[in-house]
Design a binder for this molecule. Structure first.
Ligand code: GAL
Length: 366
């Protein structure tokens, strides 16, 4: 219940701050003459972006806006063309979850020239003065939760340098600014354990540039995991854990481990791995005792917060309650609305995932 309340509060915060909460209800019946809103999502091939796209579209349509929702197939040229087209169509606002955060500067300048407000969705649009708002989760905190998953799951507080815990690290796409927060948040949590020598990375690969996964590609991560296992784990060294920033990466790392006997050989249990996005396959894996945890970033609350922000702007009001210090895109600090995320393990799947309706029992095969 606490989780649902937080979700609703996040959606309400902008309206409440701008004093429009009740005024809106009185005039919410208008049709799509309220104008067209352009929404661009990076790919349809990942479960979460479909949920995000639907949440934003349905929410805006309920308020009487028309919505043009585009998916970019993780292709930068497609995304730039889509943004160009939406500007030509005369959208009243643009909501963009970028592929490469720095690749849209020309489009953003064109949009700004015709006064289209630009909302950076989940991923920060970088290196442009023409980003008006950012709606996301607190990515540094999310990274901290990824670190906490390893600290708790691997019982690092009880580990000693005489018998260090062995892990490997994976990061997200280098062109996605979120990867920085996730990595930094996790590494700041893990640093004391590295410093004490209770945590070791046999490959020595710890730099974000080296451990990154372009376009969050799970197949690429699986290949890297296979290479690590054959290069550094051929003797008696057993991998105990993996830092993973994304559920499909977690699952493909587990596959690579299974392929060399983890989970089926005495003394080689599956390594402990967290993740992010709370996808159905990962929740199933958590329930089956394989993936240990994930971080749930509720796409419904992100969508609702975005809808509220767009509507506030369309009414000519100034949104309130924003963080105006945390997210610098290289050119400016972008006013941000940062939502809370939740760690999900086997223990709270019921309350955090099923009771909140994020996934149904049927989706989870229960
Ligand atoms: C990130 C996002 C994550 C995950 C990843 C891959 O930008 O914050 O939640 O979805 O992209 O799509």
């Amino acid at each position: 219940m606490k989780f649902m309340q937080r979700m609703l509060m996040a959606a309400a915060v902008l309206l409440a701050a701008s004093g429009t909460l009740f005024a809106k209800g009185a005039q919410g019946q208008a049709g799509s003459e309220k104008g067209l809103i352009g929404v661009v999502m990076p790919t349809r091939s990942e479960e979460r972006w479909i949920k995000d796209g639907n949440a934003v579209k349905e929410g805006l349509e309920k308020l009487g806006y028309a919505v043009d929702l585009q998916y970019s197939d993780d292709d930068i040229a497609t995304q730039t063309r889509q943004v160009d087209d939406l500007i030509t169509k005369g959208v009243k606002a643009l909501v963009i979850a970028s592929i490469d955060g720095s690749a849209l500067s020309n489009q953003l300048a064109n949009a700004a020239a015709v006064k289209i407000p630009i909302i950076s969705y989940d991923r920060l649009l970088m290196q442009s003065p023409n980003v008006d708002y950012y709606v996301s989760f607190d990515n540094y905190k999310v990274g901290g939760q990824m670190g906490d998953i390893l600290i708790t799951g691997l019982k690092l507080d009880q580990a000693t340098a005489a018998k260090p815990v062995i892990i490997e690290l994976f990061a997200g796409s280098p062109d996605d600014n979120n990867s920085v927060g996730f990595y930094q948040g996790a590494m700041d949590k893990l640093k004391p354990y590295f410093d004490k020598g209770v945590l070791k990375v046999p490959s020595g690969q710890t730099d974000r540039a080296v451990i990154g996964t372009l376009r969050w590609d799970a197949a690429e991560a699986q290949k890297r995991m296979e290479n690590l296992l054959s290069a550094y784990y051929s003797g008696n060294v057993v991998l105990n854990g993996i830092l993973s920033p994304y559920d499909p990466i977690s699952l493909s790392c587990l596959e690579a481990c299974k392929a060399v006997g983890y989970g089926s050989t005495p003394g080689k249990p599956l390594p402990l791995v967290g993740g992010q996005d709370c996808i159905v396959a990962s929740v199933k894996s958590i329930l089956a005792g394989e993936q240990y945890a994930t971080v749930l970033k509720d796409t419904r609350s992100l969508g609702a917060a975005t809808v509220t922000l767009v509507d506030t702007l369309m009414q000519g009001k100034t949104p309130g309650g924003l963080d105006t210090t945390s997210y610098n895109n290289g050119v400016k600090v972008v006013p941000s609305l940062l939502l809370d995320s939740v760690i999900v393990t086997k223990d709270n799947v019921q309350s955090a995932v099923i009771d909140t309706g994020y996934h149904t029992k049927a989706e989870l095969g229960l």
